[in-house]
Design a protein around this ligand. Structure first.
Ligand code: HEC
Length: 131
């Protein structure tokens, strides 16, 4: 009888461990954090292409000195937003797509296609999600 109790307790501990670990794996680490990591994008490398493409002429962007344009929406805290430009779900890949081809995503949008290369778009997207 005692053996049975000990085995049951041991099994419970193992199961609790597995559940706790899987929750940590799939959400616990700041829920949705996977969604905001851009494949191949490094936030620190986003600053330079943001300045080079003049995004700040139209947008307020956190941490970029003269990025105070009010032509488009403020981009601070954009990771909290559900849609991009009101038309596509705000996911990492859609963010990259939007930065590269806004007119393809939302025909008629006031944001011009700026010929941003994919690698730059990935760094920019990573930067925007962190600021
Ligand atoms: C000529 C002005 C202009 C420039 C330059 C510009 N944008 Fe935009 N941007 C806009 C406008 C206007 C919108 C709103 C578009 C819409 O809702 O259709 C927008 C929307 C966005 C959005 C979606 C915002 C939201 O709230 O949904 C992101 C992200 C964005 N721009 C990033 C960038 C980045 C990165 C650059 C530089 C590579 C850039 N923009 C350059 C005008 C501009």
């Amino acid at each position: 009888m005692l053996k049975l109790i000990i085995w049951t307790m041991a099994a419970l501990i193992v199961i609790t461990g597995i559940v706790a670990y899987s929750q940590w794996q799939w959400g616990g680490r700041g829920s949705g954090s996977e969604t905001w990591s851009i494949r191949g994008g490094i936030a620190q490398l986003g600053r330079q292409p943001i300045v080079r493409h003049g995004c700040g002429a139209c947008h307020v962007i956190g941490g970029i000195g003269r990025a105070n344009g009010r032509v488009g929406p403020k981009l601070q805290g954009i990771h909290e937003q559900i849609y991009l430009a009101g038309v596509i779900p705000n996911t990492a890949e859609n963010m990259v797509l939007w930065i590269m081809h806004p007119e393809r995503v939302a025909p008629g949008t006031a944001m011009p296609d700026l010929d941003v290369l994919e690698q730059d778009a990935r760094h920019i997207a990573a930067y925007l999600y962190k600021n």
